[in-house]
Write a protein that binds this ligand. Structure first.
Ligand SMILES: [Zn+2]
Length: 179
């Protein structure tokens, strides 16, 4: 998979080993400071690929409590700066019968449901859907104000494209948008 956002950071403390991780949605590689650009170009791609493969296999927490904890973390990282308000009380759970929607949010009762189809997807995709539904706790529609809330999450466009591509592949009439 092509990875458009990779930041290579050189670390004087590193001697030989490379590390690939994600920081606020962005892919970062720590490489030893004395490696030449040619060495980095040669050694990095397989490690990035391995990281992305592992990331894609990682599954989200099954239980409501752990899932809610993850949602709160995502809120702190990507939404809190824009909502200007605390996260209201909410519940979040997986559902198996949501085959035409990725997620939904009943704003009155603060209940979020996520399609279990998301569990096999890269976490930056399911994180986007969680953030999308959390944003609905503040703005129920898809107005401009809603999209502005999500603007701090770096993978919005990429995640939407991923979901649309997935829908297109399995079901030509699917819209591929979370509700
Ligand atoms: Zn929505």
């Amino acid at each position: 998979m092509a990875e458009p956002e990779l930041e290579v950071r050189r670390s004087a403390r590193r001697r030989r080993t490379y590390t690939v991780f994600r920081e606020r949605g962005r892919l970062v590689a720590l490489v030893p400071a004395r490696m030449t650009p040619a060495q980095v170009r040669e050694l990095l791609p397989p490690l990035v690929e391995k990281f992305l493969r592992r990331e894609a296999q990682r599954t989200l927490p099954a239980s409501g409590d752990e899932l809610a904890a993850r949602a709160r973390d995502l809120f702190r990282l990507h939404l809190a700066g824009r909502t200007g308000a605390e996260l209201p009380a909410f519940t979040i759970r997986w559902v198996d019968n949501q085959n035409h929607r990725w997620g939904s949010c009943t704003t009155g009762e603060g209940s979020i449901r996520l399609s279990s189809r998301l569990r096999g997807m890269p976490t930056w995709v399911s994180d986007y859907v969680i953030l999308h539904e959390l944003a609905h706790l503040f703005v129920p529609d898809h107005s401009r104000a809603f999209h502005e809330l999500l603007a701090d999450y770096p993978q919005v466009e990429r995640a939407r494209a991923f979901l649309q591509g997935y829908e297109h592949a399995v079901n030509a009439e699917g819209g591929g948008e979370p509700d």
